[in-house]
Design a protein around this ligand. Structure first.
Ligand code: NAD
Length: 242
């Protein structure tokens, strides 16, 4: 099985890549600004007999996405699993964000992922039990008081996934994982007080570990999820039931 994980240098993407490699996948590890971390992970996996390589793209840049798709096609003639996990969450009130910030958030979290999937469809069409998993967010469902463009982009992914699930059936399943607050760089700005308040709102009483979200992604990528398509798996400690 050949899998591309975007945003694989750290956080949820990194844990997903490790789980997929553990399940026997060959890995293409996409990174944006953390080349060294992605290359280190590729070397680590390869040394354990799990072939992996790193490649880069800025999801906000269409030519950069095209170059990555071409680079992947030069190495592989087939892609079985695409985990579109990369994303960024710039915070700001809708009254204060600039037009450029709004556009950049939609480019990175919605238009970039759509372009990436479209560019990779020629490789996915020969997939063995093809899988596309898009990482959205609980904020797609609940909205966000300080991230409307991000929540909008993540909600857009739901419509994209449902549409693709219909159009790509029966060869490729398409699903969404919607994490709640997860202990990665995205929450690095939390003060101890904010973290306490955040956790008090979550029925399970804590934020997720990146591995807990990765487990859901790995499940949807596995043969065990062969009859699941067009749906969202919520991994949020009960803060939203879906
Ligand atoms: P993270 O910041 O550790 O990882 C995000 C990854 O996306 C990084 O590898 C980063 O390099 C990449 N990225 C950011 N901007 C990019 C760009 N312009 N082009 C290409 N790659 C880019 O955070 P994470 O929590 O592991 O995030 C993974 C996914 O989970 C994201 O889509 C995020 O929106 C989503 N998510 C996270 C949380 C959370 O609380 N951590 C909650 C809900 C959803």
């Amino acid at each position: 099985m050949r899998a591309l994980v975007t945003g694989a240098s750290r956080g949820i993407g990194r844990e997903t890549a490790k789980l997929l490699a553990g399940g026997g996948a060959e890995l293409a590890l996409h990174h944006f600004r953390h080349r060294e971390a992605a290359e280190q992970l590729a070397a680590e996996l390869t040394s354990k007999g799990k072939p992996a390589f790193a490649l880069s793209a800025d999801l906000a840049s269409p030519p950069s996405i095209d170059r990555m798709a071409e680079a992947l096609a030069e190495r592989w003639d087939r892609l079985d699993v695409l985990v579109q996990n990369a994303g960024s969450y710039p915070r700001g009130s809708i009254f204060e964000l600039t037009d450029a910030q709004v556009d950049a958030t939609l480019a990175t979290n919605l238009l970039g992922p759509i372009r990436l999937v479209r560019r990779l469809l020629p490789l996915l069409k020969d997939a063995r039990a093809g899988r596309i998993i898009l990482v959205s967010s609980v904020l797609a469902y609940t909205g966000s008081v300080h991230g409307a463009p991000y929540a909008t982009a993540k909600a857009g992914l739901l419509g994209f996934a449902r549409s693709l699930a219909r159009e790509l059936a029966p060869r490729i399943t398409v699903n969404v994982v919607a994490p709640g607050a997860t202990d990665t760089a995205i929450l690095a700005g939390d003060t101890p007080e904010l973290r306490k308040r955040r956790e008090a709102q979550i029925p399970l009483g804590r934020v997720a570990t990146p591995t807990e979200v990765a487990e859901a992604i790995a499940f949807l990528a596995s043969p065990r999820a062969g009859y699941i398509t067009g749906t969202t798996l919520h991994v949020n400690g009960g803060i939203y039931f879906g």
